[in-house]
Design a protein around this ligand. Sequence first.
Ligand SMILES: *[C@@H]1O[C@H](CO)[C@@H](O)[C@H](O)[C@H]1NC(C)=O
Ligand SMILES: *[C@@H]1O[C@H](CO)[C@@H](O)[C@H](O)[C@H]1NC(C)=O
Length: 453
Amino acid sequence: MRRLHLIAFLIKKAFLGNLDGLPNLGSFCHVYSITPCELTKQFVPKDELDDILERRAKEFSQHQLRMKTNAKILIAKANCPLQYPTGFRVTPLQKSLIPGLALQTQKRRVTTKKREVYKVSLSVKSGVLSVENVLDGQQVDGQGQSELNISSSNLTQLNDLLSRVTYTSTIYHIYTIDMVHFSFEDHEAMFPIIIRRPTVPVLYDPGKDINSQVTIITKTFLRYKELKVLIQSIREFYPNIKIIVADDSLKPEDVSGNNIEHYIMPPAQGWFAGRNLALSQLTTKYFLWVDDDFEFLKETRIENFVEIMEAIPDIDVVGGEVSGNQFQFILEYDEGTEKEGGCLRRIKGRFHQPLSGYNGCFFVDGVTNFFLGRTEAVRRIGFDPFLKRVGHTEFFIDALGKLLVVSCKGLSIGHQTHREQNQYDSYRTQDKLEEERKLAHHFFKNYLKCIKY
Ligand SMILES: *[C@@H]1O[C@H](CO)[C@@H](O)[C@H](O)[C@H]1NC(C)=O
Ligand SMILES: *[C@@H]1O[C@H](CO)[C@@H](O)[C@H](O)[C@H]1NC(C)=O
């Protein structure tokens, strides 16, 4: 079942490029002119712009090649007598039978001349074709080459030969596509062969209870008082669960206790660097992200998150609510033009669709700072350490279309009441310069022409 899904996905990816497959309807940055987007380009230093544009264009075209996002759409012609598989997978450099090849044609009507011979041609680009067990007298030209002609005066025999056609890729690649051209008289069909090196599963043994399934991770900076309250509140409900603390405080203090891992970083490395460090140390299938000033409540049940993820293994992130605030959003993304890049808009409070069977849960693109994540999936995205002082939506921007995200009402945690913290706030508050640096970063990294939070 999963393999079928994968193949369907790969074909979609190869054929449509952008997964939604919708035509480009123009940039909404122009459509919604009442709340204008920030044009990211203006934050790139003027004297560097030309160089950056050149480098960005190069990186983007390499990215497209890697992701195979610029593949063309194929149209299957009507009434084609050629039968062929739409997308199957082979291992690089290994011979595989192409399933389902056949010619299904009627005898010509009396008015036209009867066929003397049926001839089909097959050709590929980065591999070779052959027919297994060809007997003497059977008409197969081009064995072991990239173009194969098969002919026979007997349709049954021709189809028998077609059922034994094999493909072997000759150019090594772990994940690419070759196109087969298959033709008979005026009819031509094209279909993809997915060349994919099989991948090895990476599994996490969930063990038998919540302690072996989930690690709680947080990042702290100059907030030991809050961190202590958080840890105490966790221990009240989960006495043994592992807690990972990444700490980039200026003068690190001791944080110890049963099953706590305290990682001290160079000072003020920043928000995402800390999240990444904590993420890198996980050994459990899931992690629960909390801020250092949160507080576990009676109703903070990690089990409820796990239950959803276990029931629906496609989901990568389940977010809850912090002091009753769900903070969920969707991202509206328009890929824009190849030259200028896309536009992105964050829309708070919206969702894509309710998650059926789970009241109060919705598919979204981003959630609050309180979520259960699938370790392996979130690691593939990571937290960009470029973002030092702020950064939250940015993770979900990077994860767009790569992580399946759900937000649920009723999975809640408390927020400790805030106290004045001049030093902390001065670090945490994003100044104008920082904001501009971030926008210039989006310009290159996310190939964005404009962005609206
Ligand atoms: C196959 O047939 C085509 C057209 O009939 C011809 O141009 C080509 O050379 C043939 N290829 C081989 C390998 O015989
Ligand atoms: C075509 O080939 C099949 C199988 O070899 C055979 O049974 C059939 O009689 C043949 N038909 C003709 C018209 O020769």
